[in-house]
Design a protein around this ligand. Structure first.
Ligand code: COA
Length: 381
C-alpha cells in the first residue's frame, strides 16, 4: 500500500538523511571549506591560532571585526569581571553528586544562571551581547569551580588581571600557570571556538529560532555537544589512546575494532572528507607539548592511527584525535575534555544565537513519513 506523503510534494527539496549537504541557513560567522580551510569572520584559523588571544577571537566572533587595543582591554576586563558565579549557583555545584559528568554539571549550571540574569527575556542585539559575555565568562568558572569542588578543594577566584586562558588554568589549579601552558590553552580554545552549522550550533540556533532566550540556546548546545559523535569524541579518543598505549599495537587494535564495525573516535567528519583543517595546528601543539614534557607516546599512537585509518578506511583524523593527547599533556583530566570544548565553543554558540535572533525565521523542517497509511480505528477496541 502506498501513502501520499504530505511532506514531499513534487516541488519539495530532496531528502538528505542527517541533513548531509543541506544548506540550512545563512551565516557570516565562519566558513568551512570541505577541501581545506576554516575562516572565522574571514580570518584564517591558522593565523588566528598563532597570533590572536582568545579574547580577540571572542570579540571577533561576537562583533564581526577584530578589536582595537582599547576594545580588547575592555573585553578582557569584562570577562574577568563577569566570571564570578552567583552564590546560589556555587552552592548548587556543591549539591551535584561527585560522580556526575562535568558536562552535565555545566549544563545544569548554565541553566541555573539564566534565572539570575535580569536581562533574560530581552533578545535585543545589545542585551544579547552583554549576556553572551556573562555566559562565556561563567561557563569557564562553572567548569573550574566544579572541578575543584569534586577534588575536595574550594573554588578559586583568580585575579582580574589575567587573560581568559590563564584564568581558566589558574581556576583549575589555584597556581599561576607558566606562559607556555597559557599559550597552549589559548590555541586549544581558538581551534575549538567555532565551526559553522555543526550539530550543537545548529541545536542552539533551532532553540533561538523559536525566540527562546540565549541561555536556552546555549543549554541546547551543551546537551548536543556531549554526544560522542560530536564533542564527546575527545574524551572517547583519550580512552582509546590509553587503551592502545603504544604505536606498535595501533594497527591490530584498529583492525579488530573495524572488523566489529566500531566507529574509531577522532576520525571522520561530515564536511571534511580530505582531512580536518584544524588538525595540523593541534597535531603540532600535541607534539610540542609531548617534547617539552618528555611524554610523546600518545602523540605517536595518534600518528600511527592516522596512518592505519588512511590505509584501512580512507578516513582522516579530526580535531579531537590530537586534542585528546594535547589536553592530557596539559594535565586536564579526560572528563573535562568535553567541558573544555564547551568553554571555547560557547563563544561560537552565542555569536550564532545573536545572528539567529537578529535575522530570525523559525527553523522547522519536515519529515518524510514512513509509518502506516491512514487506517480506521478498530470498532471493538
Ligand atoms: N570510524 C569508522 N568508520 C567510520 C568513521 C569512524 N570514525 N567515520 C565514518 N566511518 C565510516 C562510516 O561507517 C561509513 O561507512 P560505510 O559506508 O561502510 O557505512 C563511512 O565511513 C562514511 O561515513 P558517514 O557515516 O557517512 O559519516 P557521517 O558524516 O555520517 O559521520 C561522523 C561523521 C563524525 C559522525 C563520523 O565520522 C564518526 O562517527 N566519527 C567518530 C566520532 C568523532 O570523531 N566525532 C567528532 C567529529 S569532529
Amino acid at each position: 500500500m502506498t501513502t501520499t506523503n504530505p511532506a514531499t510534494p513534487a516541488s519539495a527539496p530532496s531528502y538528505s538523511p542527517g541533513l548531509a549537504g543541506v544548506i540550512a541557513g545563512e551565516s557570516a560567522i565562519s566558513a568551512v571549506d570541505g577541501e581545506s580551510g576554516l575562516l572565522y569572520r574571514g580570518y584564517d584559523i591558522h593565523e588566528l591560532a598563532v597570533r590572536a588571544s582568545f579574547e580577540e577571537v571572542i570579540y571577533l566572533l561576537l562583533h564581526g571585526e577584530l578589536p582595537d587595543t582599547s576594545q580588547l582591554e575592555k573585553t578582557r576586563e569584562e570577562l574577568a569581571a563577569d566570571a564570578p558565579l552567583p552564590g546560589a549557583v556555587r552552592s548548587m555545584l556543591k549539591l551535584m553528586p561527585p560522580r556526575a559528568h562535568p558536562i552535565d554539571v555545566l549544563r545544569t549550571g548554565v541553566s541555573m544562571l539564566a534565572s539570575f540574569d535580569p536581562e533574560l527575556p530581552d533578545n535585543s542585539h545589545a542585551a544579547n551581547l552583554r549576556k553572551a559575555m556573562r555566559i562565556i565568562a561563567r561557563t569557564s568558572t562553572i567548569i573550574t569551580a566544579s572541578h575543584r569542588i569534586v577534588s575536595g578543594q574550594e573554588p578559586y577566584t583568580p585575579g582580574e588581571h589575567l587573560t581568559f586562558a590563564a584564568r581558566f588554568l589558574f581556576g583549575m589549579s589555584g597556581k599561576e600557570p607558566e606562559p607556555w601552558r597559557v599559550g597552549a590553552m589559548n590555541l586549544i580554545f581558538t581551534l575549538y571556538a567555532e565551526h559553522e552549522f555543526n550539530a550543537s550550533t545548529f541545536a542552539a540556533r533551532v532553540t533561538a529560532s523559536t525566540l527562546s532566550d540565549i541561555y536556552a540556546g546555549v543549554v541546547s548546545g551543551l546537551g548536543t555537544l556531549k554526544g560522542p559523535l560530536h564533542g564527546g569524541a575527545n574524551e572517547e579518543a583519550m580512552k582509546m589512546l590509553k587503551e592502545i598505549g603504544t604505536p606498535d599495537y595501533a594497527e591490530e587494535w584498529v583492525k579488530k575494532h573495524l572488523a566489529h564495525k566500531d566507529k574509531i573516535m577522532g576520525f571522520g567528519h561530515r564536511v571534511y572528507k580530505k582531512g580536518d583543517s584544524r588538525v595540523p595546528a593541534m597535531r603540532d601543539l600535541a607534539r610540542q607539548l609531548g617534547r617539552r614534557l618528555g611524554h610523546e607516546q600518545l602523540v605517536d599512537v595518534s600518528v600511527k592511527l592516522e596512518e592505519v585509518m588512511a590505509k584501512e578506511k580512507g578516513l582522516y583524523a579530526n580535531l579531537d584525535l590530537y586534542a585528546a593527547p594535547a589536553l592530557h599533556l596539559m594535565g586536564i583530566p579526560p572528563e573535562l575534555d568535553v567541558p573544555v570544548f564547551a568553554a571555547a565553543r560557547v563563544a561560537g554558540w552565542c555569536a550564532h544565537i545573536i545572528e539567529q535572533h537578529d535575522h530570525n525565521r523559525l527553523i522547522r523542517p519536515r519529515s518524510l513519513y514512513n509509518g502506516p497509511a491512514k487506517r480506521a480505528y478498530p470498532t471493538a477496541h
